[in-house]
Design a protein around this ligand. Structure first.
Ligand code: FPP
Ligand code: MG
Ligand code: MG
Length: 333
């Protein structure tokens, strides 16, 4: 029969790197404050139930880069692990804010933190997570890495801000969507991976490779997220679905559907505000090829990510980076 290559399981491969990520984050948050409620709210999502996708990819790239450069130092790896922790903390801080902004009530399979505590406290708890994450950057004492990681924060805010506006023409709209998607999702992955490479002393071409791998994985991840919003269930996703249209957002599936059904144009412009808009747009997306086109674009970015990973020295970590690309395109939640 056909010989099948045994695929590496990235999570198993990185078991030791990832085992204490959530414990370490909890410790940082708990020891820096005397405010009981602030501790409770800020550590709410660090219960070990998350996928830890971002820390996992940071550590895979870190180990793949170290291997590529023939570097083997426990100290370097521990510093790169600080970036993995930073990635998870900033991501979670942005979600704490996001659920307040989106008025969402369900996250990671449980009531979102803004359901349990008032918005003022929750917003400040998000800021607190961000503040503690900033201390991690300072601890790395590397100016280049500081600039790279701080860019993520600017991008997150700008991405979220861009999402509040709509563009007139179809061309502008897709470009706007892709830039927004880069800023709100891909920048965090791209720049934490680049940071891990720069910490290892990687030259420009290698740190750029790490960045581009992360950018492509990040774009694919958000495209699939926007797709799943139309086809998955809240139970599957652990967060509300069919939510984007209600929030006024025209994501890739709608933008593609627009080519076949121009009547979506005015609805996009008025952000699906009029009665029946959300239902009609949902129906048109399903009648179009918007969902397949979105998956196709996501797959294109995954293939590019694999191509980049394969430029690095052959190692289990490099192989696992290719597996991550499969996980992203095939994920159901
Ligand atoms: C989730 O998107 C939201 C983000 C990926 C970024 C949110 C960023 C901010 C709120 C800016 C503030 C940032 C910092 C630095 C604390 P979504 O609403 O499309 O996804 P969802 O379905 O998971 O809610
Ligand atoms: Mg949201
Ligand atoms: Mg949002």
């Amino acid at each position: 029969g056909p010989v099948r290559e045994i695929q590496v399981d990235p999570y198993l491969l990185l078991e030791d790197d990832l085992k204490y990520i959530y414990d370490d984050i909890r410790k940082l948050l708990l020891q820096a404050s005397s405010q009981m409620e602030l501790k409770t709210i800020s550590s709410y999502y660090f219960d070990g139930q998350g996928k830890a996708l971002r820390p996992m990819v940071v550590m895979l790239m870190a180990r793949a880069v170290n291997y590529h450069m023939n570097k083997e130092s426990g100290n370097l790896l521990e510093r790169q692990r600080q970036i993995a922790i930073f990635a998870e903390m900033v991501h979670s801080a942005s979600l704490v804010h996001d659920d307040v902004i989106d008025n969402s009530d369900f996250r990671r399979g449980k009531p979102s933190v803004n359901v349990l505590f008032n918005h003022k406290r929750v917003t400040m708890a998000g800021d607190y997570i961000l503040a503690i994450a900033s201390i991690i950057i300072a601890g790395l004492k590397n100016d280049d890495v500081t600039i790279i990681l701080c860019q993520i924060l600017t991008d997150l805010v700008q991405g979220e801000f861009m999402q509040l506006g709509s563009k007139e023409t179809e061309n502008e709209r897709f470009a706007h969507y892709l830039t927004k998607t880069y800023r709100k999702t891909a920048s965090l992955i791209a720049n934490t991976l680049k940071g891990a490479a720069v910490l290892a002393g990687a030259e420009e071409s290698l740190s750029e490779l790490a960045f581009q791998y992360g950018r492509n994985i990040g774009l694919a991840f958000q495209l699939v997220d926007d797709l799943l919003d139309f086809v998955s269930s809240a139970e599957q996703m652990g967060k509300p679905t069919a939510a984007d249209l209600k929030l006024g957002l025209a994501t890739a599936p709608v933008l593609f559907a627009c080519e076949k059904f121009p009547e979506l144009n005015p609805m996009i412009m008025r952000r699906f505000q009029e009665p029946g808009d959300v239902e009609r747009a949902f129906e048109l997306v399903h009648k179009s090829h918007g969902l397949e086109q979105t998956r196709f674009l996501a797959r294109k970015h995954c293939i590019e990510a694999i191509r980049l990973a394969q430029e690095m020295a052959d190692s289990p970590y490099q192989k696992a980076l290719c597996v991550v690309s499969d996980l992203v395109i095939n994920r159901m939640k």
